[in-house]
Design a protein around this ligand. Structure first.
Ligand SMILES: N[C@@H](CCC(=O)N[C@@H](CS)C(=O)NCC(=O)O)C(=O)O
Length: 262
């Protein structure tokens, strides 16, 4: 019997040549979209962007994504930006398996999770991530490259200007850890009713939270949820899904990666 190899398997999946993802292995927002693609069994053309080379700030890329951040999905020639928007788009266009509740109320609750996850932990995780991952890279690149990366960042110039040689100021780092802890406590409450963030069914809310928890683990911040009885079992369930190893491809886990790979 012929066992299909991985490229034959990819070619037989829906999505295929119509979907192109601009992303990076270590990028938490890219990981959200890769998890969604894997859960939905979609194949795609992968275009890896090197942040260090400022490929996400090139005119060609800015034409696809004026925010100059990754990821961007191109579907049949149209670009879609913002990771949770991309996830919702994929879930609408490729309908099975559904990753959103069937009722308007269920979807409203899931979207409230998505907005909260964007506003609080997704923003907060940037601070310890930059402290650990980007500061050594920026220091190696030197002041000129650092200035260019900062000045050309369409969304975050002012955030990046606050990065000192040791990273962000202690108070900003502490505030981000408080926000991350608050989001884990909110997850704990939801998971007590669980088994998933939005109730009975695994959904985009679980997908969007996952890379944040993975990054916390990579930053040795597991202590932030050590006393929260439902969070670790949820994380174990997430890691047992086949989508996890597909989305977290080599280079995704920063503690296992040399910073030079970014
Ligand atoms: N709201 C955007 C944020 C994307 C984002 O911040 N991407 C990061 C990587 S996770 C990035 O491109 N950083 C490079 C930069 O800010 O210059 C989304 O959800 O897609």
């Amino acid at each position: 019997m012929h066992t299909p190899n991985s490229s034959e398997l990819a070619a037989s999946l829906p999505g295929g040549p119509e979907l192109t993802l601009y992303h990076a292995a270590h990028s938490t927002c890219s990981q959200k979209v890769r998890l969604c693609l894997a859960e939905k069994g979609l194949s795609y053309e992968s275009r890896i962007l090197r942040i260090k080379e400022r490929e996400h700030q090139s005119p060609e890329y800015l034409a696809l994504n004026p925010n100059g951040v990754i990821p961007t999905l191109v579907h049949a020639g149209d670009s879609i930006i913002d990771s949770s928007v991309i996830c919702e788009y994929l879930d609408e266009v490729f309908d099975q398996p559904r990753l959103s509740p069937a009722t308007p109320l269920g979807r409203a609750r899931m979207r409230a999770w998505l907005r909260y996850l964007e506003e609080v932990p997704t923003a907060a995780i940037r601070i310890p991530s930059i402290n650990k991952l980007f500061v050594p890279i920026l220091e190696k690149l030197g002041p000129q490259a650092k200035r260019e990366l900062t000045v050309q960042a369409p969304l975050r110039r002012h955030l990046y200007e606050r990065i000192g040689p040791q990273g962000f100021a202690e108070q900003e780092t502490q505030e981000s850890l408080e926000q991350l802890r608050a989001s884990l406590c909110r997850a704990q409450k939801a998971l007590e009713r669980g088994p998933w963030l939005n109730g009975d069914a695994f959904s985009l809310a679980d997908i969007v939270f996952t890379p944040i928890v993975v990054r916390l683990e990579d930053l040795d911040l597991h202590s932030l949820w050590a006393d929260l009885s439902e969070v670790e079992p949820w994380y174990q369930r997430i890691q047992a899904r086949p989508s996890f190893s597909q989305a977290f491809m080599p280079g995704s886990r920063i503690s296992l990666t040399h910073p030079d790979m970014v």
